[in-house]
Design a protein around this ligand. Structure first.
Ligand code: 3PG
Length: 338
């Protein structure tokens, strides 16, 4: 009986010790496990999200999802213990960065990173990346779709115009601009570009005519398609002086950012030039007024949708999570922007 009791005590002791070790080991592992937050108020398509999950599982990372959220408070709560964040146009402010003590990297799945406070991120040693090129065809197709829509009187039965033989100006010849040029050529348009940051021969190799000044672009083209980023230099830079240079019957296409167009200047143009049209992927702040006063000459998407295709979602999602894995596993900072 004594030996039986001794045996029982010993095995219980070993059992408890074993379970405690497993418990602490799991805790250590969990603590070591990278947590990635996918924070998208405009979610990626389900297939793209599954891809992120798959890559996280393979890397041994935990994926936390915050999709279709409605307040910055929800985002602030969600970042508190994560190491990486994937966003789209979601605002990553200083307040959000300060609320994330473990944060090492923010990846904007897409091109423009004006939604991320890069200075606050740098101060905290947080790397910010974008995923350039992944959604540029989607945005370019929308720009040209808007060109057709405006030319054809917003798809009303009234007589419209054609793109064939018209001149289109690409304002900034990056990934989207390049795709717009390719598609516009298919419509038989003559394509011009202005971009002081891209070498002339690179643009000309695409069969695109380079203009030396931004004024020349607006003077020359019936259509101008905006592809400049939104920053301190470019905000409100598309003003009435520039727009006013455009020839009769001109249309300005904006799939960049609403902030780059000066809204007062735009209103002035629409008032003073009854031939002028404006289409934008996301409404300006004075959209209600413009829609009412200039119906048929303005068009705004209700929510930014340039990159909202299955293909672009797949590309952006896969690029974002792959960049995060490469950053943690290999220290790769190829697409760092801060
Ligand atoms: C971009 O900058 O990549 C595009 O504007 C797309 O933005 P979105 O991911 O918010 O649709």
């Amino acid at each position: 009986k004594f030996f039986h009791l001794q045996y029982l005590l010993t095995t219980t002791f070993y059992n408890i010790t074993f379970q405690m070790s497993v418990f602490f080991f799991t805790l250590i592992l969990e603590d070591d496990m990278k947590r990635v937050l996918l924070a998208t108020d405009k979610p990626f398509a389900a297939k793209a999200v599954s891809k992120i999950q798959e890559i996280c599982d393979k890397a041994g990372y935990q994926l936390v999802k915050l999709e279709s959220y409605t307040s910055a408070g929800q985002l602030k709560d969600a970042v508190k213990d994560v190491h990486a964040v994937i966003v789209r146009s979601d605002l990553i402010t200083k307040e959000i960065i300060d609320a994330a003590p473990e944060l090492k990297i923010v990846v904007r799945g897409g091109a423009g990173y004006d939604n991320v406070d890069c200075i606050a991120a740098s101060k905290k040693g947080v790397v910010v990346m974008n995923t350039p090129g992944v959604n540029s065809n989607a945005v370019a197709e929308l720009a040209m779709g808007m060109a057709v829509y405006m030319a054809r009187g917003l798809f009303t039965p009234k007589t419209g115009g054609e793109l064939l033989g018209k001149k289109i100006g690409i304002h900034a010849y990056g990934n989207v601009g390049k795709n717009v040029a390719r598609i516009a050529k298919g419509f038989g348009m003559t394509v011009y570009a202005f971009d002081p940051f891209v070498k002339k021969d690179v643009i000309e190799a695409d069969g695109v005519k380079v203009v030396e000044t931004v004024e020349d672009l607006y003077k020359t083209c019936h259509y101008v398609s905006l592809h400049i980023p939104a920053n301190d230099k470019t905000k409100k830079s598309i003003n009435k002086n520039l727009m006013g240079l455009m020839p009769k019957g001109a249309t300005l296409l904006n799939t960049a950012r609403k902030e780059v167009v000066c809204e007062e200047g735009l209103k002035f143009m629409l008032e003073s030039r009854p031939d002028f049209k404006y289409a934008s992927d996301i409404a300006p702040d004075n959209a209600a007024e413009l829609n009412e006063k200039f119906a048929g000459r303005v068009f705004f998407t209700p929510k930014k949708m340039g990159a909202q295709t299955n293909e672009a979602n797949d590309n952006a999602a896969e690029a974002a999570i792959s960049q995060i894995v490469r950053f943690f596993e290999k220290g790769d900072i190829t697409f760092k922007v801060n």
